[in-house]
Ligand binder design. Structure first.
Ligand SMILES: [Zn+2]
Length: 258
């Protein structure tokens, strides 16, 4: 069994979602985490997944793209939302200097609020990092030294080896998406092969970033199988072994889902 540690189930229509979940079940995806991207939408996720306890989980947070659309949430507000039994993490938050949809100082303040919320709530933060490696690492270290430890993962990892190693040093986890399967991702596969085995996760980021052989099509959680297969190949592990490894890692990182 595999777990899709990061997807966006609210991006499917009400008619599509039952089929998407059924195909995931048939593909052996036992659990899925659907991700908060704005405060308002995050508040709706527990209701959306109600009745599927132990199979569907969610997080609460404000994506860097949306950081300037509303006041930055207080860490206390986010931590209070994370008290719901279905909410197992904070995020996604972080920095995206590729699209720059919000001013960078606003993204940074938003990212820091989420780190503090993760620390307060005792749950991990799902970090979105794009073209912002130095500031991601700098803020992680600054918050760690200033306020104490917190758990986190770098979701949909496609950053530098250096950022991965910084995260590992701080006890962080690294989650690989369909990008790992793309022909041009040789360097990413090398990084995935070199990181400590006990820090690896897999995800789809569905409906985005479908892995080979579905590249360019709309993604869905069932396809995490293909990313896991490639991760297994670079690690020299069978599909069963990589499923066992990434599931154990997921449960260690997300204690509320254990
Ligand atoms: Zn993201």
């Amino acid at each position: 069994m595999l777990i899709d540690s990061h997807c966006h189930l609210d991006y499917y229509t009400g008619a599509e979602l039952p089929q998407v979940l059924e195909r995931a079940r048939e593909a052996g995806i036992a659990e899925l985490v659907t991700i908060g991207t704005t405060l308002e939408q995050s508040g709706r996720l527990p209701d959306m997944i109600a009745g599927q306890e132990g199979r569907l989980w969610c997080t609460v947070g404000v994506h860097p793209h949306h950081a300037a659309e509303a006041p930055i949430p207080d860490p206390e507000t986010l931590a209070a939302m994370a008290q719901h039994p279905a909410v197992i993490g904070i995020g996604e938050s972080g920095l995206d200097y590729f699209y720059d949809r919000a001013p960078r100082d606003v993204q940074q303040a938003n990212f820091r609020a989420h780190i503090r919320a993760a620390r307060l709530a005792g749950v991990p933060l799902a970090i979105h990092a794009r073209d912002a490696d130095a500031d991601i690492a700098g803020i992680l270290r600054d918050e760690w030294e200033g306020g104490g430890p917190f758990a986190f993962l770098l979701h949909c990892f496609s950053s530098s080896r250096q950022l991965a190693e910084t995260a590992i040093e701080m006890g962080g986890y690294v989650s690989f998406s369909g990008i790992l399967t793309f022909p041009k991702s040789q360097e990413l596969r090398q990084i995935a092969g070199d990181l400590p085995a006990d820090r690896l996760l897999v995800e789809t980021d569905a409906p985005y970033l479908a892995p080979v052989p579905f590249r360019g099509k709309r993604n869905e959680p069932a396809h995490v199988v293909h990313t896991a297969k490639v991760l297994g190949e670079v690690r020299g592990l069978t599909p069963e072994q990589i499923a066992e490894l990434t599931t154990a890692n997921f449960r260690r990182l997300f204690p509320k889902a254990a």
